[in-house]
Design a protein around this ligand. Structure first.
Ligand code: PEP
Ligand code: MN
Length: 262
């Protein structure tokens, strides 16, 4: 794979790289207040926000959809910080590009399906938008890499992987098992591929995020994507694992050996 170095295309505000923002973009006010606080930390290189939410059960909040794209983009424009959202099909790609979203990620439930990934890759032909690919729900490194290769074959070179842990029946203490050995296999097979840790979906609980971040850093991962919400207890999705921007700042600054990691 031909991959451009992460720090060439995403100018980090801090090292390791930090992408942060709410699980879901819920309202213009929630997104802007969260972004305002995150920007104040001076640490965040991109704002995340889910617009189309892949929920396990029907009837849960499934995201605002397309209208939320402009709230996410407005937060980025105000603070001159790129924004990233999840896409799961070609229509999402078209709408996200149209709204000026700067980067995209593919979620764990989409990476498992080569048809969907190929549709996304086809919709991205002719662009050079950065794409981060989450691991599939189960620990299959070849499927994960296959998704990245499909994007790369479509001409996308600004690529990265996101390690968000793996589903395990009755996983404890984490929501999703980190299985760090899977990261090592990925690194061995694709040494130039940037790998970012998503401690929020691994931990599932905000109080465990610091220790997951420290493990990821100690293992040599390149950065983090962390869920942050101005009022986590009111979040419409993943309320237990989102950190207030203030707490995220504390967790990040408490990490040991930050400078040696890059
Ligand atoms: C998310 O990032 O909000 C999300 C739905 O993640 P995952 O695909 O890792 O479950
Ligand atoms: Mn989430």
């Amino acid at each position: 794979m031909e991959i451009n170095a992460l720090y060439d295309w995403l100018k980090p505000k801090s090292k390791p790289l930090l992408i942060a923002g709410p699980c879901s973009v819920e309202s213009e006010e929630q997104m802007m207040r969260t972004a305002d606080s995150l920007a104040r930390t001076g640490l965040v290189s991109a704002f995340r926000g889910g617009v189309w939410k892949p929920r396990t059960k029907p009837g849960s909040f499934e995201g605002i959809g397309s209208p939320a794209l402009k709230w996410l983009k407005a937060a980025g424009t105000k603070h001159q910080i790129p924004v990233i959202t999840e896409v799961a099909n070609a229509r999402h790609v078209e709408e996200a590009l149209e709204a000026g979203i700067d980067m995209l990620w593919i979620g764990a439930r989409t990476t498992v399906n080569p048809f969907y990934v190929q549709d996304i890759a086809d919709a991205l032909k002719g662009t050079d938008i950065p794409v981060l690919v989450k691991n599939p729900i189960h620990p299959e490194v070849k499927l994960w890499l296959g998704a990245l290769e499909r994007l790369n074959n479509a001409g996308i070179q600004k690529l990265g992987a996101i390690h968000r842990g793996f589903y395990a029946y009755q996983s404890q203490p984490f929501r999703n098992e980190p299985k760090w050995e899977v990261f090592f296999e990925l690194r061995r097979l694709a040494p130039d591929l940037p790998v970012i840790c998503d401690p929020s979906h691994i931990a599932g609980r905000s109080e465990l995020i610091g220790e997951v971040c420290q493990s990821a850093l100690d293992l040599g991962m390149d950065g983090f994507m962390i869920e942050s919400h101005i009022e986590p207890h009111k979040a419409l999705s993943d309320p237990l694992q989102q950190l207030r921007p203030y707490d995220l700042d504390l967790v990040y600054r408490a990490l040991e050996h930050r400078d040696e990691a890059i």
